[in-house]
Write a protein that binds this ligand. Structure first.
Ligand SMILES: *Cc1c(COP(=O)(O)O)cnc(C)c1O
Length: 395
């Protein structure tokens, strides 16, 4: 085991950082499928519970395989500490609930992953935490929404599904000016293409289910922040409410991290080519892709992201019927609401991920009846382009 801080580049950290090697010297990370841990003596148990001796106590608190995943994520993100969770939603919920209490106020960008929006808009108010949802693309809207009791800002960038981009540094600076914290859900950008902590965010959350696994196998999540916030705000909540990640899933995600840069690079390269192709097709009304010069917030993309995206948002002319026909005519690209997968996936937000919103709320977010979200996978780019071209003709 080595906990020494090294000056590794991300691709090296993702293969080696955080490894806890057992006495057997295994090459691949060991999977510690255990609930509990035994102590040599009663005195050792007492010392461990007192925190006088390092070691594991119970896997709801910590587990060696999960610990490796957390340490590797810290190395990638440049965070002091992390806690891994059973899903992305467990991470978001913990990050929000541990940042506010009854009487506090949250300001969030309205373009949020559906379940995140439910937590902010429906769950939080049940416990006396008020929330205001704003169009996050204009910093003036955040400023206007601030109240004396605003304690937390929450955003996702790029957003799901319309790939809007929020100026993270500007929101972080507003948060600092009023003593509030900023939580960024960085799923769509991936930890490789955007570094919210460097931009001033206080807490970063991921659904590891997406690009970090990237192969459709398991759910997971992670919360990253400074050690003080985790010790003082998250630690007890985490131990006592039990959103912990299973060691098996942590192991799967560790394997995912090893290939994350290769996959994200390939998927982003393909997505860029597909976005350019789609933008030229007469059947397509609009393409939104953070890597293109015609993205509505291209200047902010350039400022805070180091790559485009593995996702593309497109509007098909002819509304729902045309969007459905295009999806049904695709051969390689599968119809699924997941994203970041090795397999290319397409979804119609208005009837799936965003079906619970009113027509008005969907329109505010730019989700129309012809809107589709394409998550570009690892297939050969030319095969994907051919598949999309034949589907556009066939529909
Ligand atoms: C998928 C997703 C989540 C939720 O993650 P799960 O692992 O499905 O619980 C949260 N935020 C964003 C942006 C997502 O894409």
């Amino acid at each position: 085991m080595s906990t020494k801080k090294r000056n590794w580049k991300p691709q090296t950290a993702l293969v080696h950082a955080g490894t806890l090697r057992s006495q057997f010297g295994e090459t691949s990370e060991a999977m510690y499928l255990t609930q509990g841990y035994v102590y040599e003596t009663a005195q050792a148990a007492e010392a461990r519970f007192k925190g006088e001796e390092p070691g594991f106590i119970y896997s709801r608190y910590a587990n060696p395989t999960v610990d490796m995943f957390e340490k590797r994520m810290c190395a990638l993100e440049g965070a002091e500490d992390a806690r891994a969770t059973a899903s992305g939603m467990a991470a978001v919920t913990a990050a929000l609930l541990c940042s506010v209490k009854a009487g506090d106020h949250i300001v969030a960008a309205r373009a949020l992953f559906g379940s995140c929006r439910w937590v902010v808009e429906t769950l939080a108010p049940r416990y006396g935490i008020e929330a205001t949802l704003v169009d996050g693309t204009d910093i003036a809207n955040w400023e206007k929404a601030v109240r004396p009791n605003t304690k937390l800002f929450f955003l996702e960038s790029p957003t799901n599904p319309t790939l809007e981009v929020v100026d993270i540094a500007a929101v972080a600076s507003l948060a600092n000016s009023i003593g509030a914290r900023l939580v960024v859900d960085n799923v769509f950008a991936t930890p490789l293409q955007q570094k919210p902590l460097q931009l001033g965010a206080h807490i970063v959350v991921y659904s590891a289910t997406k690009h970090i696994d990237g192969q459709g196998r398991c759910l997971g999540g992670v919360i990253l922040s400074d050690k003080k916030w985790i010790d003082e705000n998250l630690h007890d909540y985490f131990r006592h409410t039990g959103p912990s990640l299973s060691p098996f899933n942590a192991w799967t995600l560790l394997k995912g991290l090893e290939t994350l840069p290769l996959r994200v690079r390939q998927q982003t390269e393909s997505a860029g080519k597909i976005a350019d192709f789609l933008a030229e097709q007469p059947q397509i009304a609009r393409v939104i892709y953070p890597g293109r010069a015609d993205h509505p917030q291209a200047a902010i993309v350039k400022k805070q992201m180091s790559g485009g995206s593995t996702l593309i948002c497109l509007d098909v002319k002819g509304g729902k019927q045309a969007a459905f026909a295009l999806q049904n005519a695709l051969d390689i690209v599968l119809i699924s609401n997941n994203l970041g997968d090795a397999k290319s996936l397409i979804t119609h937000p208005a009837t799936t991920t965003h079906k619970n919103l009113t027509d008005e709320a969907r329109a505010e977010l730019g989700i129309g009846p012809g809107t589709l979200r394409l998550s570009v996978g690892l297939e050969d780019t030319d095969d994907l382009l051919k598949d999309i071209a034949q589907a556009l003709k066939a529909k």
